[in-house]
Design a protein around this ligand. Structure first.
Ligand code: BGC
Length: 760
């Protein structure tokens, strides 16, 4: 329906009808207005499968939903670093939604993994905003290609579950832009989600739902968002103010009470009716976009989609460690040990919980293989070592040529609604791994978890496979990787630190009461570990393959550029091994010298390439201003500081293999305001200002006094360099106290001259 027709429709609605459109009719539907032909529209969770509830609605994963297909969760799909794959997964979800009459799937969830402890990390993509927004954008494009909407969530700075409905994320402006907003920004600008879901929490004292700055100025004004903003379920705190701030749809429903508040506010003049009209137009625009593009022939083919889920899972499994034990051979006697081999932990708890139509475990997938035996090893329902199961497992391990232990976090350890208290795996699993490794030299651990865990046994096992929460087909995918039928190609979208105490937010997470200060600022994940040169268990971007890749010929199309130019970077990647495989080429940019505090390097692009043995491909990236910029709080915008930058191609943030230096010139001069407190050193940055200063300040220690004229003792006590350093940090008012012939009025006059120069 055209914008004009929608406006015309809104003009025919009563005030009450318009107000009613601004909140849900029930848990999952928008209101209908039958007399005007406005249908109710259904939304459903997401994000890694369809959680459509036909019966009793809830947002906590309590009541049943229809049988559906559970894809790998965000933690895993991000590890694929494969945009095309996420688009394909999105298209599959979109098709499922069409078949089920769902207009918007509630996801993807892009919140930054600020700490490994966040209970919902399994749904989230990364500690890095570029990875989060690129992967989300790819998924959104896929879903929306089927004329079904997405709801990128949870906007904004919602990085913990503790007190999620009242916590106040205190984040400085630069950090918000570089890390937390950036996770949404690229996806909103490029993939244009139909809707955005606003989070529960406050941001710097104001509820996200009430935050005009982010919901309207940033989202719509700067990023060009055109859909509707819906609240997270129960995130509305002040309906009228929220509507003014840009929150269009309240979910699920206030039973009409908030609708009456809206109507009342219009009648009393507190709320301009045009604000309400705009919100209704935005909602109807999406309702009709879906309605008019319904695909009545769409089918939800669960078996077919299960196979897609398996292919996605194959690319989400990260080979973390391999000391010559993998791939296993089909002739080798292998013991699968651990309950998760037969009953995999493949999804997290809460609103994203899918009612899987079938589950393939590793034991199922190995059903036809005579060389594989299984021992349960532990019972995660007991939370303690089961001596009988342990003994059986040790026996199986001893009788085999390799042991594969399926371990990880039990479902009750990570879920929506609460955070983990620590990064440990259950003690009974750690004990099992230690004991099996003691009797079987070829021990491999397969992990099922949504967020990093500590691995106290790391040096005693030869292989570690991070399977994340790989969806309902995970068992087949894991077996394919273990036996080398598929070459692993995923990379960590987050750092695995050695221990919780090493994490950047450790001192402040999860805040004091409702106040959560993000004191680590921009130093989240590898931005922190790399700056601290800290030893980590596995770095950001790490992931092994069964083949080897060589990098060569890093070239740039120019060595000097302005920040308004783009830079083309290309690099050759060759498969130097014997097996076909995929490599994730990671491009980082490092600012060589900067007056602002910056990370050592930041990921600025990545590409996944498939290479046959011996094959070489050239990968090309195009970088623009943002690749070199930081967010300047002086101009409230992105800024590049003139100077040298290193383009780094890496296998991980810790394994940079090729570099090239370029010089970028800024076309924007940051405004300088001189005061009597400005230091001499800061004046020196501008040669014109420095000249004026030298002409003005004379006498005493500032007068011309060649070194030769000072006594030897004086020179020894204060060399020219020391003198220069002292003057560097001397404020403009300083010379008055040290013998210059100046008064405060003279200094003020100097300041005025300098400021005039700035403006000229
Ligand atoms: C979650 C959202 C979810 C919504 C609806 C909320 O509790 O935070 O992610 O989409 O419920 O189930």
């Amino acid at each position: 329906m055209t914008a004009e027709k929608i406006r015309e429709l809104v003009s025919r609605m009563t005030l009450e009808e318009k107000a009613s459109l601004c909140s849900g009719a029930d848990f999952w539907h928008t209101e209908a207005v039958e007399r005007l032909g406005i249908p109710a529209s259904m939304v459903s969770d997401g994000p890694h499968g369809l959680r459509k509830q036909d019966q009793e609605g809830d947002h906590l994963g309590v009541n049943d939903s229809i049988k559906a297909v559970c894809f790998p969760a965000g933690c895993g799909t991000a590890a694929s670093f494969n945009r095309e794959l996420l688009t394909e997964m999105g298209a599959t979800l979109g098709e499922e939604c069409q078949a089920e009459g769902v207009s918007v799937i509630l996801g993807p969830a892009v919140n930054i993994k600020r700490s490994p402890l966040c209970g919902r990390n399994f749904e989230y993509y990364s500690e890095d905003p570029l990875v989060a927004s690129e992967m989300a954008g790819a998924l959104i494009q896929g879903v929306q290609s089927k004329n079904v909407g997405t709801s990128i969530k949870h906007f904004l700075a919602n990085n913990q579950e503790t007190r999620r409905m009242s916590s106040d994320s205190r984040v400085d402006e630069r950090t918000l832009h570089e890390i937390y907003l950036a996770a949404f920004e690229g996806a909103v600008k490029k993939a244009k989600p139909w809707t955005v879901m606003c989070s529960y929490n406050k941001i710097n004292g104001l509820y996200a739902a009430q935050n005009h700055q982010y919901l309207t100025e940033t989202l719509r004004g700067q990023w060009g968002f055109e859909g509707y903003v819906m609240s997270d379920w129960g995130a509305v705190n002040n309906r009228v103010e929220d509507l003014k701030a840009g929150l269009d749809l309240e979910m699920p429903s206030s039973g009409g009470s908030n609708d009456r508040l809206i109507a009342g506010a219009v009648l009393s003049g507190e709320l301009e009716e045009s604000v309400l009209d705009t919100a209704v137009e935005r909602i109807l625009n999406i309702v009709f976009r879906y309605e008019e593009n319904r695909d009545r022939n769409a089918v939800f083919d669960r078996d077919k989609d299960h196979e897609t889920a398996r292919r996605v899972a194959e690319e989400t499994i990260v080979l973390l460690k391999n000391e010559g034990v993998l791939p296993l051979s089909e002739r080798q006697k292998v013991a699968f040990i651990g309950k998760y081999a037969a009953a995999p932990r493949y999804q997290g708890g809460g609103s994203s919980h899918i009612n899987s139509h079938k589950i393939t475990s590793a034991v199922d997938a190995a059903a036809g293989m005579d060389n594989v035996i299984y021992a349960q090893g532990y019972d995660d329902a007991k939370d303690a070592t089961d001596e009988g199961l342990l003994a059986e497992a040790l026996q199986a391990a001893q009788n085999a040529e390799a042991a594969v232990i399926f371990a990880g976090l039990p479902e009750k350890y990570e879920s929506e609604g609460f955070d983990r208290p620590n990064m440990a795996m259950p003690a009974y699993q750690n004990e099992l791994i230690e004991k099996v490794a003691a009797v079987q030299p070829n021990t491999i651990v397969v992990l099922h978890n949504g967020s990093p865990v500590e691995m106290p046994w790391i040096d005693r096992v030869k292989g570690v496979v991070e399977a994340y929460l790989g969806g309902q087909a995970v068992g087949g995918a894991v077996c394919d990787i273990l036996f080398g039928r598929v070459n692993p190609s995923a990379k960590l979208p987050e750092t695995f630190p050695r221990r919780l105490e090493d994490t950047p937010s450790y001192l402040y997470y999860i805040g004091e009461g409702d106040v959560v200060e993000y004191r680590e600022g921009i130093f989240v994940g590898y931005r922190y570990y790399d700056k601290k040169k800290m030893d980590v268990l596995f770095p950001f971007g790490h992931g092994l393959s069964y083949t080897t890749f060589a990098y060569s010929d890093l070239t740039v199309d120019k060595e000097r550029l302005q920040d308004t130019d783009t830079l083309r970077v290309s690099v050759d990647v060759t498969n130097t091994g014997a097996m076909a495989g995929k490599e994730v080429v990671q491009l980082y940019v490092a600012d060589k010298e900067s007056t602002v505090i910056r990370p050592v390097r930041e990921l600025r692009d990545f590409a996944k390439v498939e290479l046959a043995p011996g094959e070489t491909k050239t990968v090309t990236f195009t970088l623009d201003k943002r690749a070199f910029a930081y967010y300047s709080v002086k101009i409230h915008d992105w800024h590049v500081e003139t100077g040298e930058f290193e383009i780094q191609i890496g296998r991980s943030s810790r394994d940079i293999v090729l570099t090239k230096t370029v010089t970028v010139e800024s076309t924007v001069k940051l405004p300088v305001v001189y005061t009597t407190d400005t230091t001499m050193g800061d004046v020196r940055r501008d040669p014109r200002a420095w000249k004026v200063l030298q002409e003005t300040v004379t006498g005493g220690m500032f007068g011309p006094e060649p070194e030769g004229e000072r006594s030897d003792a004086a020179n020894e006590a204060l060399s020219d360099e020391m003198m220069a350093a002292m003057i560097e940090y001397m404020p403009l008012r300083g010379p008055i106290s040290f013998g210059a012939q100046m008064t405060m009025a003279d200094v003020q006059a100097l300041v005025d001259r300098l400021n005039a120069l700035e403006e000229s």
